[in-house]
Design a protein around this ligand. Sequence first.
Ligand SMILES: C[S@@+](CC[C@H](N)C(=O)[O-])C[C@H]1O[C@@H](n2cnc3c(N)ncnc32)[C@H](O)[C@@H]1O
Ligand SMILES: [Zn+2]
Length: 406
Amino acid sequence: MSFASTLYKEGKTALAVPSLDEPKMIPAFFNPRGKFVRDISIVCYSAYSSEKRAKGSDLTFADSLAGTGARGIRVANEVTLVDRVFLNDINSRALEFAKKSAELNELEDKCVFSHSEVCSFLTSRIQNEGERFDFVDVDPFGTPSDYIDSALRSVKDGGMLSLTATDSALLCGVYPKVALRKYLGLSLRTDYCHEVGMRLLFGLASQMAMRLETGIEPIFCHHDMHYFRVYLSIKVGNSHSKENEKKIGFILHCFGCGYRSIISRDQFFSLRQDSRMGKRNYSDDMQPGSLPLICPNCGKGSPEKGGRLGIGGPLWIGRIQSPEFLSRCREISKESLFAEELDLPLYYDLTSIHLKKGTSMPKITAVLEKLKSLGFLASRTHLNPNALRTDAKMEVLQKAVLELAR
Ligand SMILES: C[S@@+](CC[C@H](N)C(=O)[O-])C[C@H]1O[C@@H](n2cnc3c(N)ncnc32)[C@H](O)[C@@H]1O
Ligand SMILES: [Zn+2]
């Protein structure tokens, strides 16, 4: 190899990585802080492959933007049920490190290297052999939206696609119109913006898949530092795309009182028609991302009294995790991310609740207990350590927090 490399151990795998002594001279990408997200992905691929292998046939994994191969080589070494790993990158220097790591772990027979543009790599096997991959990972700098079409085409029916997005500002509502362009849906800057980001990612995958008479099923997602990571299974067939259609909708959010709700696409279009027909107040100063709908909580039907509703979406409004998949992950790992959450969309971040002067926020466990004692469902969410999911109305939650605050 023509570059200085350092030996690095991650999980059970030895990796040859660029020497990080001189950051400006680094010939290829490697981020040691990505260990946690790669650890989680090893659990996810192991859990999914055990289910897939039960159905027979060899399993293939495509690390389509492999960099120095940290994820792909770890999959080859640690996900024992995967038979072949394809590692691709446009940077030939990155691939030199990946090849060296394959040698270090005696995985040369299991790994196939390719130096191509990602979309041509992903679709090349379809052109040549009509073959698709069981697993495809897309881990770009920034957004995966540039590659989503090829990625969806390259996964087998019943296979898994995993996507990373690091453009948090778009997904978290700082640039809603750019999110519309990249993710086909407006983002929203709210206390539950990480969930909005996940739903936009699933929404993009679903809306792109529908065109191909294919559906998706979200099985897991998590957020850490600046990245969003989603895992989904691919279901080929028009019945799946039709089912997915019902899972695309919108979020209505009041920036006055924090009211939030989810509506289907059909409900959304009937609201718009009502507005046009003059059944609702309609003003000329429409902001991007907001329709002239009045908050049912604080507006009481009058725009002067209350907040106007902001709109997020179109995005995925169905489940964002699979309980069966999470239970298989828990058999492999004790990581708290795999704890099951209630399927109640749009969590509440307790730190966004205004407390009386001189009081401080109660412990989240105390709030959960209080809500449960009142007969409501309540659970934490790993998308935000200060947040919870509940079927209690917002006023009930606020009252519980204020009562417990000291
Ligand atoms: C974030 S890094 C991948 C990190 C890697 N998955 C890991 O876990 O260490 C993104 C990689 O995409 C590669 N890349 C960027 N654009 C590409 C393209 N159009 N086709 C193929 N590779 C590309 C870069 O060279 C870089 O190595
Ligand atoms: Zn309101």
